[in-house]
Design a protein around this ligand. Structure first.
Ligand code: SF4
Length: 730
């Protein structure tokens, strides 16, 4: 008989990138409660409303518990796992035989564990030979990654949470951490109490819970961040608040940037950003005179058609003032999802390979091919999220495997995503919850284990790796995601052999020929590539790929994480603790060892307002909800804060629309109908709609019906934060 005495198992909250430690209370069968882990350095026992109610999300009626075959009329019938994976393998093998391996794709999630990510990445790039594997992290951190790489030479966050307590100026731009990273925000509140001299600047078009603690709020016009950042630097140069020694010794590209920011006079910037000139000047002096300045940002900079430019312009401020690589100083992007960083570490994007390697780099491909024991990896990066769904609609990609994400609600131009899934020949949706909006277009639903039901590692916003332990078994037949990918790989090997011929022409730039891989058959190759008896064996293989790389964790083991607690990377062999801050020696991982100033020009938003669409729509998050509500939507109390999608509109823009009335919001892509809320937190001319609600929770209130698929040219992150709309009575 099972024990009924509550037991406690350490884990991590699966919501935001703060990465709070939690202690799961359970009886070995069911999760009964949750409390904050007082020993975890991300939260020291604190949890927000979402974390505190996690236990209510586990044994929910909407959990996916068995594989389901689904026909296009929506009729579902249960399948055994072998039959389900056999069916998926047969369909993938048929499509690969007819159209080549790049006719199949994967779209995964920053909520997968590092092990899940590693195995699906190896499945796509190592066994199948398609680099079409992207993740919803494309909607989250892609511009920050591109900015770090361009400016600092690698994809890594230089600062850590402790820096909040050491800073005397915190500059928050394009983020509302009071809602989106609440426990991290508590640290900022604490720092403000401890240090009355701490000055907080918040640049955000709206007044938010975060702006309420700001000493200076800059309500800039949406999308004008680059102009503001250049304007701040202009003042720093003019007032000689730059660090000439640091610029001379540790950077390159200063002359071009200095010339660029000369054009951004306070007067011009004030006009562009629609801000008082005095406020811009005050913010610049606050940053420039700080002993230690820390910048925090998230989707407000990243989800933009100029997201990379916004990131590099912000990093410029830190390099020009030498505010990096020491306590309290540095640019610190807040990761949206719990393991977006872990996904990048294992190469879970179409341009990446494990250990922060690039697909386009022949040496990197050869290193991973050697580690995996395969002949080669295809040299061309796969498609990123938005182009991937466009390729599905065009019929170029015929099968897509979607895991742990709900693109029908979260991608821009929602109707395009629906058309794509309707056009696909075969759609697999693997999720811990069913139904979801995306599941409505699936041919096969696969049930995944969730929080508390599997062992894994994840990396939070400050590069800290934590070990999640399993407390209870998954419900019904649900399995950990990495196991599903492994078992599918084994089934696919057999199906490829059964399909005969040369099923995977063009794979990895050549025929996928098992003989070249020293295997007699695809089945044997799959067997060799996916010999993972448990999650730890996956972790160990991944760890080997990091040896000698920037994120080297060859000194880490699960036993060490259990003994010493969560650790920041890098953690090379022989290390006794992780590295809190990067670039403390002023040397950067660029060919010259110097950080790079980039000098982008300001460019306006992708879709300007006009007479037909006169209002600026910004989208964002609510305090008590997460993503598309698959998990947080299971908890009734989380709807108390905001029960439905409300359009916040300034009274001067509301016209004939009374408070609480239904309004139709229309963009060039479609319309939604939601209730309106008069709010002076909005600037006149700008309206706000939360992004969480899909058709299951608000049949006509999906924000991404309105958004557009304009992409940043480098990061390929879409401009989810701005669209031109009109608002009229419904
Ligand atoms: Fe979870 Fe983020 Fe809340 Fe922490 S702050 S409890 S990680 S949602």
């Amino acid at each position: 008989p099972q024990s009924t005495i509550p037991q406690e198992t350490k884990s991590i909250c699966p919501y935001c990138g703060t990465g709070c430690g939690v202690i799961i209370q359970h009886d070995g069968r069911r999760i009964l409660g949750v409390r904050g882990d007082p020993d975890h350095p991300a939260n020291f026992g604190r949890l927000c409303t979402k974390g505190r109610t996690l236990h209510q999300t586990v044994h929910a009626p909407d959990r996916a518990t068995r594989p389901l075959r689904r026909d296009r009329q929506g009729k579902e019938r249960p399948l055994h796992w072998d039959a389900a994976l056999g069916l998926a393998a047969k369909r993938f093998a048929e499509i690969m035989r007819a159209h080549g391996p790049r006719a199949v794709a994967f779209y995964v999630s920053g909520q997968l564990s590092t092990e899940d990510y590693y195995v699906v990445n190896k499945l796509a790039k190592g066994l199948i030979g398609t680099n079409h594997i992207d993740t919803n992290s494309r909607l989250c951190m892609a511009s920050a990654v591109a900015g770090y790489k361009a400016s600092l030479g690698m994809d890594s966050v230089p600062a850590c949470y402790e820096d909040i307590a050491h800073a005397d100026c915190i500059f928050i731009i394009g983020a509302n951490p009071a809602y989106a990273h609440p426990v991290m925000f508590r640290r900022i509140e604490d720092a403000k109490v401890q240090n009355p001299d701490l000055r907080i600047i918040v640049a955000d078009p709206r007044k938010t819970a975060t702006t309420s603690i700001a000493d200076l709020h800059l309500p800039l016009k949406p999308g004008t961040d680059v102009a503001l950042l250049h304007g701040l630097l202009h003042i720093l140069v003019w007032d000689d608040l730059i660090d000439r020694d640091f610029i001379r010794t540790h950077t390159e590209g200063w002359a071009a940037l200095k010339q660029r920011v000369q054009e951004y006079t306070p007067k011009q910037v004030a006009e562009l950003c629609e801000l008082p000139e005095a406020l811009i000047r005050e913010a610049a002096l606050c940053f420039g005179r700080a002993r230690a300045a820390l910048s925090l940002w998230c989707q407000g900079l990243n989800q933009s058609a100029h997201g990379t430019d916004k990131n590099t312009a912000l990093i410029n401020l830190h390099l020009a003032t030498g505010q990096i690589g020491r306590p309290g100083a540095g640019p610190f992007s807040l990761t949206g999802q719990p393991n977006a960083m872990g996904g990048r570490e294992v190469g879970g994007m179409p341009n990446l390979l494990p250990g922060h390697r690039e697909i386009t780099n022949p040496e990197h491909r050869a290193e991973i091919a050697r580690l995996w024991g395969i002949e080669a990896i295809h040299p061309e990066p796969g498609l990123t999220a938005v182009p991937l769904f466009e390729a599905i609609e065009r019929g170029e990609i015929k099968a897509v495997w979607i895991a742990c994400t709900n693109p029908v609600v979260s991608l821009p131009d929602q109707q395009q995503v629906v058309r794509a899934l309707q056009a696909a020949e075969f759609v697999v949706v693997q999720d811990a919850y069913h139904p979801t909006e995306t599941g409505e277009y699936a041919d096969l639903i696969l049930p995944a284990a969730s929080w508390g039901e599997r062992e894994a590692i994840v990396t939070n916003s400050e590069r800290r790796i934590s070990h999640l332990r399993q407390a209870v078994p998954p419900p019904g037949q649900a399995r950990p995601d990495w196991q599903i990918f492994r078992d599918f790989a084994l089934a696919l090997g057999k199906a490829l052999d059964a399909a005969g011929g040369e099923p995977a022409r063009e794979a990895r730039g050549q025929d996928l020929d098992p003989a070249r891989e020293q295997a007699r058959s695809h089945a044997e190759l799959a067997q060799r590539l996916f010999e993972f008896p448990d999650a730890e064996s996956v972790f160990q293989e991944y760890r080997e790929t990091t040896r000698g790389r920037d994120l080297d964790i060859s000194g880490l083991s699960l036993a060490l994480l259990d003994r010493e607690g969560p650790q920041q990377w890098p953690f090379p062999a022989g290390a006794t603790r992780g590295q809190a801050r990067l670039y403390t020696d002023g040397i950067f991982p660029t060919p010259s060892g110097r950080a790079r100033f980039l000098a982008p020009d300001y460019a306006p938003v992708a879709e300007e307002i006009d007479a037909r669409y006169p209002l600026r729509l910004t989208t964002g998050r609510l305090r008590d909800q997460w993503h598309t509500l698959s998990r947080s939507g299971q908890v009734a109390s989380l709807f108390r804060h905001v029960p439905e999608p409300l359009l916040d509109i300034h009274p001067s823009d509301a016209g004939r629309l009374p408070e609480g009335s239904l309004a139709r919001i229309t963009s060039r892509r479609g319309s939604v109908v939601v209730r309106i809320r008069h709010s002076t937190l909005q600037q006149p001319g700008t309206v706000f709609l939360p992004m969480h609600f899909g058709s299951r929770f608000a049949p006509s209130g999906m924000a991404n019906v309105l958004t557009l698929p304009a992409l940043d040219p480098v990061s390929k992150q879409p401009e989810l934060k701005h669209a031109a709309v009109r608002v009229e009575p419904a």
